[in-house]
Design a protein around this ligand. Structure first.
Ligand code: F6P
Length: 376
């Protein structure tokens, strides 16, 4: 029997997310303190793995980080198979495989969102032992009930909506608050409900401006001369949705590389036009309601700072549970949250999927029941 202590590599990739340090601490302390494993951190996600930039993790490195935001390892959005190098995109997967072997790693733990699951799977397909943990403020990773980082961001966005209420009320204004979430509406919907927004717009439910305007006018008629509109950064009007869907269908059917490229550039153009879409909505609503409108974009505030208690707890559970899997020799999986348990899910069942808000989700129903306008 091989009694050599295992050697664990770890990296954090994609957008930073509150709870990453708690997960690194949970993983490191359990691996080293309970099982005597060695733990090597790689800086800045997959780029650090490629460039072999390491941090030797020890107890002292992991002390005092439970409550801190960001990630002590640093992160990046670089992908193994499309790494920008000298102005070109290069496939550097094999170089990462070499780094893994150079350090005699038994396993590499990758903490990240949907993109990281996909990137980690590329390495698993090259024969590396990979375990992933689901983190993102967007809560859109498939096959897990929740991701760490979401609860903190939800709290920050809710607090912001709370604060915007008194100023909207005092000035009889519409305040449009743009919430992150990429193409998923979890954050805007959750914070909108918790913060008592009057209108919530999410990517899963394309909106009609006239319907929003009428909901705001109705509130005015009832003597409520202000409204809070929580809009997800990925929300879009019905018209925009139709154009996008048509382009996506065309892309799926396109035969030649050049046809694909042309459609992709049109989709990219649409994406660029979206910058500032909250301001366009504000102008439209001002004209249609006779109320002044203001925009607040929460942006990176939602990702920064101290993780909530729920995220610290979740990240610690996932970090420590990952070590139990390593000890059992399990790999090729993401550790998912299922009810009150954490379970390993094969990576191939996770990658290429995104967990969007189902239209019949209880949060959607609750929002409608309390009179929130969802723009449809
Ligand atoms: O995935 C987390 C997230 O904050 C999304 O909500 C947002 O769309 C994106 O990252 C922003 O990405 P970046 O940090 O690359 O600007």
């Amino acid at each position: 029997m091989n009694n050599k202590p295992k050697c664990v590599g770890v990296l954090t990739a994609g957008g930073d997310s509150p709870g990453l340090n708690a997960a690194l601490r949970g993983l490191g302390k359990t691996a080293m303190g309970v099982y005597g494993m060695q733990v090597i951190g790689f800086r800045d996600g997959f780029r650090g793995l490629m460039e072999n930039r390491t941090v030797h993790l020890e107890d002292a490195t992991l002390s005092g980080i439970l409550t801190t935001g960001g990630t002590i390892l640093g992160t990046s959005r670089d992908k193994p198979n499309r790494m920008p190098i000298g102005g070109k995109l290069m496939d550097m997967t094999d170089v990462m495989v070499d780094t893994y072997h150079k350090h005699l790693l038994d396993v590499l733990v990758c903490m990240g969102g949907g993109g990281t699951q996909k990137n980690a799977f590329l390495l698993a397909k090259k024969g590396l032992n990979i375990i992933t943990l689901p983190k993102t403020i967007d809560n859109d990773v498939a096959m897990t009930d929740v991701t760490f980082g979401f609860d903190t961001a939800l709290g920050i966005a809710t607090d912001a909506i709370d604060r915007l209420h008194s100023t909207a009320h005092s000035h009889h204004r519409i305040i449009i608050v743009e919430v992150m979430g990429h193409n998923a509406g979890w954050l805007a919907l959750g914070a909108g409900i918790a913060g008592g927004a009057d209108v919530i717009l999410i990517p899963e439910i394309p909106y009609q401006v006239e319907i929003i305007a009428e909901a705001i006018r109705k509130r005015s008629r009832e003597g409520k001369n202000f409204s809070i509109v929580a809009v997800s950064e990925g929300a879009m009007s019905c018209e925009e949705y139709r154009i996008r869907k048509a382009l996506e269908e065309k892309l799926a059917a396109a035969g030649s590389k050049s046809a694909k490229k042309e459609i992709e550039s049109k989709l990219q153009e649409l994406e660029t036009q979206r910058t500032g879409h909250a301001f366009v909505l504000a102008q439209q609503l001002e004209m249609m309601t006779n109320l002044e409108a203001r925009v607040t974009i929460l942006g990176y505030l939602q990702r920064g700072g101290t993780p909530s208690a729920a995220d610290r707890l979740l990240a610690t559970r996932l970090g420590t549970a990952a070590v139990e899997l390593i000890q059992q020799g399990v790999s090729g999986v993401m550790l998912a949250v299922r009810g009150d348990r954490v379970e390993p899910i094969p990576l191939e069942e996770v990658v290429g999927k995104r967990k969007l808000v189902p239209l019949d989700h209880p949060w959607v129903q609750s929002a409608r029941n309390v009179g929130v306008c969802l723009g449809d």
